[in-house]
Design a protein around this ligand. Structure first.
Ligand SMILES: *[C@@H]1O[C@H](CO)[C@@H](O)[C@H](O)[C@H]1NC(C)=O
Ligand SMILES: *[C@@H]1O[C@H](CO)[C@@H](O)[C@H](O)[C@H]1NC(C)=O
Ligand SMILES: *[C@@H]1O[C@H](CO)[C@@H](O)[C@H](O)[C@H]1NC(C)=O
Length: 421
């Protein structure tokens, strides 16, 4: 480990992690990532630029290349009195030019006269290394290749801008890009001076049951008492009982696209996973990007939902959960809750760049990280109907039987190797 190891890891209060496309009924989660900032009226966004990138960094003889998208804001930078270079790392969704004019890092950039650059992650947004997303072509999608992209990009920009050797690159990222920021500093200390790793989950974990524990903790901590958690737990127990005793009521209340009589075992797991994910989304995106924006953007927050489900004690808990479900459907412009497992798998099998089903991120979880947000946690607030096997099954059904992630995650093995340097 280098002595002057200046890796900054901040903001651990919530592990922000974008789930794969199983929540395909929720339009907003498809692109991955935090919601982008609103944009500033009258400020034009910087144009897209393209960097010629190597396809396979692990092969010195493979000369194939592709075009990687990036954005630059030079407005705060003084070429005569140069400050640091801020690099925002793209993640499992399209890069967004709005980040080039807004956000905490822009405030820091003003303070430090930084040059701001955002590089899109390979295979996301408009950065297309291959013809399509066939499993064969996804071979070049990994965090390792993405880190090598970043290193190659930094070296090329050092040449392009003729930066001197003292130039300080600072990497920024949140969630998966937060992990990348930390790994980048660790793996290329000669290129990267420091990294801001926001909510970066650094250790890959196949059965990431802790995720829903954090969701529960957030409901408890934001409201200051146990009432919301108690109601959610009660609602899930009622739903499980009623599906056996009176399925028609649940079908109607939750606006299901098809009746339970037509549901497979996997459909049922998908249903339970979907209604739990409503809370995962609620917590994950609670009040994000509010600073300087009008509050109309999203009024559904932990406090509004918990207030709704704790009020009216005479109403059964499942009904109040159904009301929340209706709000989520409305926000996603969906007329009914589609919990059909085969529909989801078919969407994830689509190899077209135009499909936004989350196939790329699914591939990364199946081959590298796991990170499956299962219902296997100690406290069963959301029931126990979506265990690890359900997610392994999805990997097999989307990519074929050999892709299931069961061995120790490769990423951690690599970290162990780093630690010995
Ligand atoms: C850089 O960001 C500032 C602050 O939002 C904005 O005024 C300026 O137009 C941006 N410059 C470019 C080149 O996008
Ligand atoms: C839903 O539809 C409205 C109006 O057409 C649109 O503004 C909004 O972006 C849509 N939301 C989603 C999540 O697709
Ligand atoms: C894949 O997705 C694209 C874009 O949504 C769509 O046009 C196409 O029909 C889909 N292909 C299949 C085989 O479903």
């Amino acid at each position: 480990m280098p002595r002057n190891f200046s890796l900054l890891v901040i903001s651990f209060q919530l592990i922000i992690f974008v789930q794969c496309a199983k929540r395909f009924h929720l339009g907003r989660s498809k692109g991955g990532n935090l919601g982008a900032p609103a944009g500033i009226k009258g400020v034009t966004l910087p144009p897209e630029q393209w960097f010629v990138q190597k396809l396979d960094h692990s092969s010195p003889t493979d000369m194939r290349t592709w075009k990687q998208r990036y954005f630059v804001n030079e407005s705060f930078y003084d070429f005569n009195n140069p400050g640091p270079i801020f690099l925002m790392i793209g993640g499992e969704g399209p890069a967004n030019a709005k980040w080039m004019v807004q956000g905490a890092w822009i405030e820091y950039a003003k303070q430090f006269n930084a040059l701001c650059i955002q590089l899109e992650h390979r295979y996301y947004g408009k950065s297309h290394p291959t013809m399509d997303l066939s499993t064969k072509n996804l071979l070049y999608l990994s965090s390792h290749q993405a880190l090598a992209d970043l290193a190659n990009f930094i070296s090329a920009m050092n040449d392009k801008y003729k930066f001197n050797r003292e130039v300080k690159w600072i990497a920024f990222g949140g969630s998966y890009p937060g992990s990348l920021a930390a790994w980048l500093r660790l793996k290329y200390p000669h290129l990267v001076h420091a990294a801001i790793s926001s909510s970066g989950p650094l250790l890959a974990k196949v059965n990431f049951m802790e995720y829903f524990q954090v969701v529960v903790d957030a409901l408890r901590e934001k409201t200051g008492d146990e009432d919301c958690v108690t109601q959610v737990k009660l609602a899930h127990q009622q739903i499980e009982t009623m599906i056996k005793a009176d399925p028609a009521t649940i079908e109607k209340e939750f606006k299901l696209c098809k009746p339970f009589s037509k549901a497979s075992i996997n459909d049922m797991k998908n249903f339970y996973n979907s209604i739990a994910d409503d809370f995962a989304d609620l917590v994950q995106y609670n009040e994000d990007n509010r600073i300087g924006h009008d509050m109309k953007r999203r009024t559904t927050t932990i406090n509004s939902v918990c207030s709704m489900i704790t009020k009216h004690p005479e109403k059964p808990a499942y009904k109040k959960l159904a009301e929340f479900n209706s709000i989520v459907l409305k926000e996603a412009n969906e007329t009914c809750l589609d919990y059909d497992y085969d529909n989801m798998i078919n969407e994830l099998r689509n190899v077209s760049w135009a499909s936004e089903g989350g196939r790329q991120w699914m591939y990364q979880t199946c081959t590298e990280f796991g990170f499956y947000q299962t219902s296997s946690g100690e406290v069963e607030i959301f029931g126990n109907q979506f265990p690890l096997g359900f997610f392994i099954q999805q990997c097999q059904d989307v990519f074929g039987p050999n892709r299931a992630k069961t061995r120790k995650p490769k990423t951690n093995l690599d970290l162990e190797i780093f630690a010995e340097v």
